[in-house]
Design a protein around this ligand. Structure first.
Ligand SMILES: [Zn+2]
Length: 294
């Protein structure tokens, strides 16, 4: 018995040392993480490009999908806090195009936040976080699935509810831009041009009728686009369109093939910051028209 008490007394300082060591280790890691954060771009770098962040689902439930398309809300909240704390200002895609084409002034350190597909979780989880910072964003809605489920990718993804008209109208009234993402999310490059035109035009018309406001921006499903499709989007009355090609939106870019910066659910803060800032410094390698998945 006495030996056990002795062991307990002797192990206490050992335990203390272990805890202290652990804390020191954590502090070291934090310091290291902060030191590798790239310095912020100078103003002339900011003039050269604007990040358009690309999200899909913001959802805590792993059953709603993998971390490729799903960012947990606590991570999204930290990312928005980071943007707010570091002087980023959210702007719309039309603001960006007007800035590039007509010199419309933008606030310092502009960023565009976009969500593809129009999931209900954008309203449930992302919208309250955006409101907390008075941030705006753009949601590209699959016009044929408003208030329904993700039938467009149900074979490869779990069933998710899509935002209904009530949620879309409430977000639009706050200042969220609603854009179009076709009628039923096809790969536009694989369709006859007439059907592609219908997808691009009718999704705009349905969303405008449902929202009672103009729909001026478009996102290519799976990032599949070509120059013919970009022309169709322009002729259909849109002001801008986004792809999944990685990079910043830059002056002189075709407003109908804008690049974005993907944010995945697996990213920690360091990775998020690296992705957010890396294109300011490293021009991306040219990517062939046609885009990539997502
Ligand atoms: Zn999509």
């Amino acid at each position: 018995m006495k030996i056990r008490i002795l062991i307990a007394i002797l192990s206490l300082p050992l335990l203390f040392l272990l805890v202290l060591g652990g804390t020191r280790y954590a502090a070291d890691c934090l310091a290291r993480a902060q030191s590798v954060t790239p310095p912020f771009p100078s103003p002339e770098f900011q003039q050269r490009g604007i990040p358009i962040l690309m999200y899909h689902k913001v959802n805590p439930d792993p059953r709603s999908g993998g971390l490729g398309l799903r960012v947990p809300p606590y991570k999204f909240a930290r990312q928005m806090e980071y943007l707010a704390a570091h002087g980023f200002h959210t702007v719309s895609l039309v603001d960006v195009v007007d800035h590039f084409q007509k010199g419309k002034p933008l606030p310092s350190r502009p960023v565009v936040i976009t969500f593809d597909d129009g999931y209900l979780d954008n309203y449930t989880y992302a919208f309250p976080i955006l409101k907390r910072h008075r941030f705006t964003a753009t949601i590209f809605v699959v016009a044929g699935t408003v208030g329904k489920t993700n039938v467009f990718d149900a074979r490869v993804q779990p069933v998710n509810r899509m935002a209904g008209w009530r949620e879309l109208r409430e977000m639009a009234a706050y200042g969220i831009t609603i854009g179009a993402h076709t009628l039923d999310h096809p790969r536009l490059t694989g369709l006859p041009l007439e059907e592609a035109r219908r997808q691009i035009r009718e999704s705009k018309a349905i969303l405008e009728a449902g929202l009672g406001r103009p729909v001026e921006v478009f996102s290519y499903p799976y990032g599949r686009y070509n120059l013919k499709l970009a022309r169709l989007v322009k002729e259909s009355g849109y002001r801008a369109a986004v792809t999944t090609v990685q990079g910043l939106a830059r002056p002189g870019d075709d407003p109908y093939t804008l690049k974005r910066v993907r944010v995945m659910g697996s990213y920690n803060m360091q990775k998020f910051i690296t992705e957010l800032l890396k294109y300011y410094y490293y021009p991306p390698a040219p990517v062939a028209a046609g885009g990539r998945r997502y």
